[in-house]
Design a binder for this molecule. Sequence first.
Ligand SMILES: [Zn+2]
Ligand SMILES: [Zn+2]
Length: 362
Amino acid sequence: MSNTGVVGYLEQPESTELQEYELPTPKDGDLLTKIVRANVCGSELHIWRGEHPLIRDGALGHEALCRVVETGGEVRDNAGQELEEGDLVVPAYFATCNECARCGRGQHQYCENAYKYWSRAPEEWPHFHGTFASHYYIHDDQYVYKVPEDVDETAAAAANCALSQVLNGLDAIEVTQGDTVVVQGAGGLGLNATAVATERGAETIVIDGVANRLDRAEEFGADHTVNLTEFETVEAREERVLELTDGLGADAAVEVTGVPAAIDEGFQLLGNGGRYLVMGNIIPGKEATIDPGKAVRKSIEMTTMMRYAPWYLQEALEFLSEHGDDYPFGELVDAEYPLADLQDALRDSANRTVTRAALIPE
Ligand SMILES: [Zn+2]
Ligand SMILES: [Zn+2]
C-alpha cells in the first residue's frame, strides 16, 4: 500500500490542483478514511468560483462516503457502534466542539468552531481536510456514523448534506401528516424535501421553471407541480396554490431556490399561520423587495437554516435505509469523474452541463 494520498486544493478561484501528502496516522479517537465517492455540491461551486464570503482557497469537498483505513485506538461512531478497518462511514462535514458557548447551550448546529477543519491548507497536518481527495481525516469532534448495509452507496455519499439539512429543517417547521407543503425549487434540497415531506404524510406542491426537474420531483413524491413557464406571474402561481389548497394557501413552505424574490412569493403562497423555512438563499449581498406586512397579516412563522444538528445525519441514514428504494436517490448523480479530472468535474458542474458530479478516486 502506498503511504501517500492526494488532496484537491483550490489555489485561486476556478483553479484547482491535486497535491500529494504522506498519509497521517490518526490520533486517539480520530479516523483515517479512504474516499469511496465524493459529490460536487452547489456550495462547493460557490467556493470554487470565489463567491464564498469567507473562503478563498484551501482543500475542497464536503460530501462523501468513506471507508475506514485506520482508527486512532478504539473508535465508536456517534450511535455507539465500534468502527473497524473496512467499515463504510459518513461524517458530518463540520465539527461540534462541545466547548463553545453555543455547544454549551445545546445549540450544536451553531457551534462557533464548526469550520475549524474546513478548507484548511493541505500542507497543514493532517493534510486531508476535504473530500475531493483520495483520503479524508475525520476528527473525534466530527459526528460520524457507520452506513447501514442496505443503503445505496451513491445515496449515502450525499446523506451528510442535503438530506440531513432537510430532515432538521422540516422538523423546525413541524411538517406533519395532513399538511400541504410548497417546495420552491426542485434542485437537490428541493427533491430531498419533497421525499421527506411525502414520508411525513404531507401533500406537496413543487414549483420550478424546468420541466425535467419537475418530472424528477414527481419521482420524489410531488403530488402537484407548478411550472414557472406556464404560471408566469406570482399571482398566477398564488391562484394555482389556492386552487390546490381549497382556497386556504399552504400550511408550510420551503424555499430552496437561492433566488431572493422567492421569499416574498412564499409569503403569498402560504395561508394564515403558515410556517416558512428559508434555506436556499445562502449567499449574502443579494437583495429583493420584501413586503413584511404580507407575512404579519398571516402570522407567518419564518425560520432559516444552515447546516443541521449533527445527529440528523443518523436520521438521514435511517431514512435512506427505510425509504431509499422508493425514490431514485441514486440517479441524482448524473456524471462520474476520476479524481484526476477534478477540474473538469467542477467546470462541467459550474457550466451546468452536469447536474450532480461524483468524484471517484482510483
Ligand atoms: Zn453539500
Ligand atoms: Zn462548539
